[in-house]
Design a protein. Structure first.
Length: 240
């Protein structure tokens, strides 16, 4: 069983209920979160509200081939582990999948191959975490903390619609939840969370008492960055 810090969000797309259910069970048995879909369209719709670290894709999907979907996911999620799980015995599929850094798993598959994909994704995430801790932040600029409090005054945008505030807060909270996990942490997620928080500053939203810990989302971001060995941005007290 994985700790919360190592838990992955795993996308499972297969139009066969039996195979889809088996893959979901295998993911859950390793302590990860499995999100199933029966078509490429359904899977793409899930990307609006989820960030995935692993995707298991069937080749013959309604509306789109799995390999084409995998190419799209790879282009937009460079750190994602993608596996094409298919019954098609086609050397071209194997070759193209390899070129896209997509793993090829033939059906019927050995359960251990699915476990290996998950375990190796966690191992890779831990290695990236260690590299991040060893690197300097030469490109991590500009510094926002000294100016964060004055951003709202500079823009002076009153009366933000509630639906925009809610959407912004929900997206930030999802990204912060990912950043807390070694397995789900990505630099893309950090940039999205930071961009959302800076947008909140521009709009004059304080997002206080919205985080899971009862502190502001700004303070929660800074606390996560401290634990990750990264630079903080807002200098808000944790008990704010």
């Amino acid at each position: 069983m994985q700790s919360d810090a190592d838990q992955l969000n795993v996308l499972v797309i297969d139009d066969d209920p039996g195979t889809r259910g088996l893959l979901v069970d295998l993911v859950l048995s390793r302590g990860h979160q499995a999100v199933p879909a029966g078509s490429a369209e359904e899977g793409l719709n899930l990307l609006v509200n989820w960030s995935f670290q692993v995707a298991f894709l069937d080749q013959r999907l309604p509306g789109m081939e799995g390999l084409l979907l995998g190419e799209y996911l790879r282009r937009n999620n460079p750190d994602m582990t993608i596996a094409l799980v298919t019954g098609e015995d086609d050397s071209r599929l194997v070759r193209v999948a390899k070129d896209l850094s997509i793993r090829f798993i033939a059906k019927p598959f050995d359960v251990q191959l699915i476990h290996d994909v998950l375990d190796e994704t966690i191992s890779g995430a831990r290695q990236r975490e260690e590299l991040r801790r060893q690197q300097t932040d030469a490109e991590f600029a500009p510094v926002f903390a000294p100016h964060a409090a004055s951003i709202a005054d500079a823009y002076g945008i009153p009366g933000v619609p509630e639906r925009i505030e809610k959407r912004l807060a929900e997206t930030i909270k999802r990204r912060l939840a990912d950043l807390k996990s070694v397995g789900r942490y990505t630099e893309q997620g950090r940039v999205i969370a930071l961009s959302g928080l800076l947008t909140a500053r521009v709009l004059g939203l304080d997002f206080r008492k919205l985080s899971a810990s009862g502190t502001s989302l700004f303070a929660e971001y800074d606390e996560i960055m401290r634990k990750r060995g990264r630079r903080t941005e807002f200098d808000e007290p944790a008990d704010d």
